[in-house]
Design a protein around this ligand. Structure first.
Ligand code: ZN
Ligand code: ZN
Length: 109
């Protein structure tokens, strides 16, 4: 097994932004309702090595190859940028809003 492989573990998470409960896994740590996330990963998505635990604000959308949609996050505590794949149960309406917003806020941090 590769050293950095992390077995997805399902766990109930309560969103610290909107208070909704959702099932999180190793690669799903953002809220499907408001899309906010927590700064828990350091260098590798799913590594859970970060000691920050700041709230991560979704600031934009990045579309990668094969229509893979990534959410761009900015940590409200330490300022670190991260990207995370959208999950199947994410509120797609919110994702659309975010992509529209990121186009408008291009010059904002
Ligand atoms: Zn939420
Ligand atoms: Zn942080």
């Amino acid at each position: 097994m590769p050293k950095h492989f992390i077995k997805p573990k399902k766990e109930k998470v309560i969103c610290q932004k909107c208070g909704q409960e959702f099932m999180g896994g190793a690669y799903v740590d953002h809220c499907p309702f408001c899309l906010w996330s927590l700064h828990v990963d350091d260098e590798i998505p799913g590594d859970r090595k970060s000691q920050c635990f700041g709230l991560m604000k979704p600031i934009g959308i990045e579309v990668r190859k094969r229509e893979k949609i990534m959410i761009i996050y900015s940590c409200q505590k330490c300022g670190k940028r991260n990207v995370n794949k959208i999950a199947d149960n994410d509120d797609f309406e919110k994702v659309i809003q975010l992509s529209a917003k990121s186009r408008h806020d291009k010059h904002e941090n």
